[in-house]
Design a protein. Sequence first.
Length: 423
Amino acid sequence: MAQQDAPSIALISVHGDPAIEIGKEEAGGQNVYVYEVGMALAQLGWQVDMFTRYADARDEPVVEHDRNCRTIRLVAGPKEFVPRDEIFDYLPEFVERLQQFQQENGRQYRLVHTNYWLSAWVGMELKRRQACQQVHTYHSLGAVKYQNVSDRPPIADTRLQVEKECLETAERIVATSPQEKEHMRSLLSEKGQIDIIPCGTDIHRFGHMNRNEARKQLNIAPDAKVLFYVGRFDPRKGIETMVRAASRSQILQEFDGDVHVIVGGGYRPGKSDGNERDRICGIATELGIDGITSFPGRIADEDLPTYYAAADVCVQPSHYEPFGLVAIEAMASGTPVVASNVGGLQFTVVSEETGLLCPPRDEVAFAQAIDRILADKSWRDRLGENARHRVESMFSWEGVAKQLSDLYAQLLEMPATTTPGTQ
Ligand code: UDP
């Protein structure tokens, strides 16, 4: 695409700031997705503006990542962190600011790609006010999430309603796995157009360090047994299952060398993630494996490839996982994954080929799966090689962005209209 006629696109991610440090304050897969997709689209010649809510007064209003890709923070509500379930009331202000930004900058987006249900509402509202088309990625479906939690937040009904309406009205929905598409059809609506375009990972960043070198950098003995988890401290991530499985693993119990159960990820003391971290820590103590379990906190971008490479097995024991970037990051690093047999993990992890899938919350099955891989080094290596190949062929950001770019181009050939019956 020629630079002078670079078409512009708005990626909207109200609660997932693409410019924030990952692993901080609820920042996880969505932030990574929006940033990486934005950067890869810019490489393909798009002018990418990524809009998010201003959530920290110390942040800059605009962050230029690349000549054609920037994050723009819009004031909607207080310039401080607000949990995602409490953001809805600030969305009208977000839409106002987005329109104001367009006016002041002499640009009108003909296509917006919204992320998560909060942004879905913003996209739908924008369509009532100006001619534009909407592509939407859910990242998480309330209808699935609420099946797995005992207490539904007060915002639940609004979320479910917005998710259904968005599926039925957006020009295109991007499901990141066939499983997610199936959930949309069975739990939300038969209406609406869905394409499957997966999430991706950086195949250049991960997978270029061997295990011994990585262990040396982390002060881990070459013959140690290493289990690794990274991600947000959220009960839905099922970290408890991993810790319980580690304590049941026969190989870890009987091994007379070093054993490391590494539970990585940022948390804020006294907040929901800090509380979950304390709960997990308490379980490790209760099980008597606190001596081998470590909590390194947020793992910086530059260190993450080293952790994945050092691990024998990466464990992703989620109760529900719409996609699960961690699994493909580990796979890109040549590390087999033991994961729950749920959601996107059923798509990314091929059981017996790139890792093993177990029923969620089943610590016995997880322990057995971990033991099978730890018991056979050459099989572990073979699983790791297969995993790397699978990611190279299906989940690189370049490949993902190309598919999105083709989709946007196709939609932009069609005329955009305002949603009838309003304004
Ligand atoms: N990440 C993390 N914690 C850290 C450092 C990085 O969670 O301390 C990254 C992780 O590498 C992955 C993302 O955050 O890229 C988590 O994405 P995933 O889809 O696995 O989970 P989500 O946060 O979307 O539930």
